[in-house]
Design a protein around this ligand. Structure first.
Ligand SMILES: [Zn+2]
Length: 252
């Protein structure tokens, strides 16, 4: 990417986020979208000798007015060891929001039942639909499993067989689970850290994800694992119900 696309020389005007995409918006309209993917990180004050760093910005907080404090600079590093993340440049905010509207569904943090109901159609398994960012933007594998558990829905259930009541429960579960995870600094399973390098603690709250074979915290039955849409899926066969006709090969 050209230095101008990486916002070289720009003044940061604002930050926007939709789903898993973060936009840094410059005062002159240039936008840079950061996608962290599986293991990407934006770290303020990161280690300059990090071998996985792809871009390093020097962010300066200028001295203002009569301030006696000199300007201060910190390095902001984008590192992406597994290379599932990426950076995308937009010349102006209109093209940024156009792409978000075309590629992303409603944001998961505020998803409402009506919008979710309109998007959850067809014969796909509800778990697979939840991972589709055009249906609802911002739900990944961990929080899809956790939300379905809270809503009491079998992840293999077909979207077109979900009752309005179940979709309403699912929308509420998604909002609740995501807001709770944010409050706890996210889930650190391997390498997730906040922008300031802090590990999250939300993984301790997981009811199903990563707990296959362990007892359900609600009913005590052993949690079940299968693969749906290529992703490991864990759920409780007692607490999570629904008519299912989506083929899934059970492992246990
Ligand atoms: Zn259970």
């Amino acid at each position: 990417m050209a230095p101008s696309e990486l916002l070289d020389g720009a003044t940061v005007h604002s930050i926007a986020r939709h789903g898993k995409r973060l936009a840094i918006i410059a005062a002159d309209g240039r936008c840079l979208v950061v996608q962290l993917g599986m293991s990407g990180q934006l770290i303020a004050g990161g280690n300059a000798s990090d071998s996985h760093q792809h871009v390093t910005w020097l962010v300066t907080n200028p001295a203002r007015g009569r301030s006696i404090n000199p300007p201060t600079s910190i390095p902001l590093i984008f590192r992406d060891p597994r290379r599932f993340g990426g950076l995308t440049a937009y010349g102006n905010t209109a093209s940024l929001y156009e792409s978000w509207n075309a590629e992303l569904g409603p944001d998961a943090l505020t998803i409402q039942a009506q919008a979710l109901r309109a998007a959850m159609t067809g014969a796909r398994a509800v778990k697979v639909a939840l991972l589709d960012q055009t249906i609802v933007a911002g739900v990944g594998n961990i929080y899809a499993d956790e939300s379905l558990h809270v809503a009491g829905i079998d992840p293999r259930m077909r979207c077109d067989q979900l009752s309005p009541q179940r979709v309403t429960a699912l929308a509420l579960a998604i909002r609740t689970i995501l807001n709770r995870a944010i409050k706890h600094g996210g889930s650190t399973l391997r390498d997730y850290r906040s922008g300031l390098g802090a590990a999250g603690t939300a993984q301790a709250l997981h009811a199903v994800y990563g707990r296959a074979g362990e007892p359900c915290r609600s009913c005590g039955q052993s949690l079940h694992e299968t693969r749906l849409g290529g992703r490991t899926t864990v759920w409780c066969r007692s607490c999570q119900t629904g008519v299912t006709s989506v083929g899934a090969t059970d492992r246990k």
